[in-house]
Design a protein around this ligand. Structure first.
Ligand code: FMN
Length: 293
């Protein structure tokens, strides 16, 4: 998550028992390299995201291969050329996929695992939306590699559902944008907390990039026009750090309808894991009793 998933947030997630991911989608190569070095120095587990279409050149790839990073997610493009150099550097590589076809191609290319990202999620999207509920089942039926479920998950209920559908882990975006250690402005966090499940748009489906963002006057205009002006993201940092929610589309997923308070990374992960085990043991009890009573 460009500018957002830096050391303050990623280290809070990793300290709480998750796996914090450092972004490179901001395109700020020097700053991202510094963040990766800072995160490495903390001695916490972490990963790096390489969003292929946003990388200007192979500087980040080369840096990551030489930096001792152990885990990379690739996204937004074909990972075919990235897999061999990353794996040669001893890095485990997962790619984010929105369709079964993309999943099959990645497995053929030697990917270690997949982030299965349904249309509910925030950020850059495939214009042909498939929900996480369907996508996970469809991909689980066809591929043997580990799956991280993403899109629409922000708590233990979502995690239990994702595991039931075939995932081995979950990735949360919108939940952590609105977390206490997230560097974004309070207006962005509050907009997520106040929004209902119907308060996001999928925009620019007839062009590229297609995104899911919060409803606002600006995104309503894009929605009505059906196309997003090329300069739409110029004001992104004014949203993130200035709190001007009309300066650019504020990326967020449908979990805005489930998130009703700002929590710390520790609270999010502790509550998610506790709720996950509560639900799975209740379901385990159903299996033992062979009844729904
Ligand atoms: C503000 C924002 C920025 C994002 N940026 C990236 C990115 O740079 N690279 C990426 O692979 N995914 C990105 N995503 C997608 C998330 O990694 C995650 O898969 C998605 O948010 C999951 O859905 P959720 O929002 O329902 O949790 C972004 C999501 C948000 C909300």
């Amino acid at each position: 998550m460009g500018w957002i998933a830096r050391t303050s947030l990623a280290s809070a997630v990793s300290r709480a028992g998750g796996l914090g991911i450092i972004e490179t989608s901001s395109g700020e190569t020097d700053n991202c390299q510094r963040e990766i070095s800072q995160m490495s120095a903390l001695g916490l587990p972490f990963g790096v995201n390489l969003p292929i279409r946003f990388l200007k050149d192979d500087a980040m790839l080369r840096f990551v291969c030489a930096s001792g990073v152990r885990f990379v997610t690739t996204s937004a493009g074909s990972p075919a050329k990235f897999i061999a150099p990353l794996k040669d550097a001893g890095i485990t590589v997962y790619h984010a996929v929105p369709t079964v076809d993309a999943a099959l191609k990645c497995v053929d290319a030697g990917i270690d695992g997949l982030v299965v990202e349904g249309g509910e999620g925030g950020g850059f999207k495939n214009p042909e939306q498939v929900s996480t509920l369907v996508l996970l089942q469809a991909i689980r039926a066809r591929v043997p590699v580990p799956l991280v479920a993403a899109g629409g998950i922000c708590d233990g209920r979502g995690m239990a559902a994702a595991f039931a559908l075939g995932a081995e882990a979950v990735q949360m975006g919108t939940r952590f944008v609105s977390c206490a250690e997230s560097p974004v402005h309070a207006n962005y966090k509050n907009a997520i907390v106040q929004a209902r499940e119907t308060d996001t748009w999928v925009l620019n489906t007839r062009s590229s990039p297609c995104i899911r963002a919060l409803k606002s006057q600006r995104t309503q205009a894009i929605h009505e026009k059906g196309l997003m002006p090329a300069d739409s993201f110029v004001g992104l940092q004014a949203v993130y750090f200035g709190g001007d929610m009309e300066a650019a589309p504020a990326l967020a997923g449908q979990t805005v309808g489930l998130i009703d308070e700002v929590l710390s990374a520790q609270q999010i992960i502790e509550r998610t894991v506790a709720e996950f085990f509560e639900i799975t043991s209740r379901l385990g009890g159903l299996a033992t009793a062979h009844s729904f009573g």
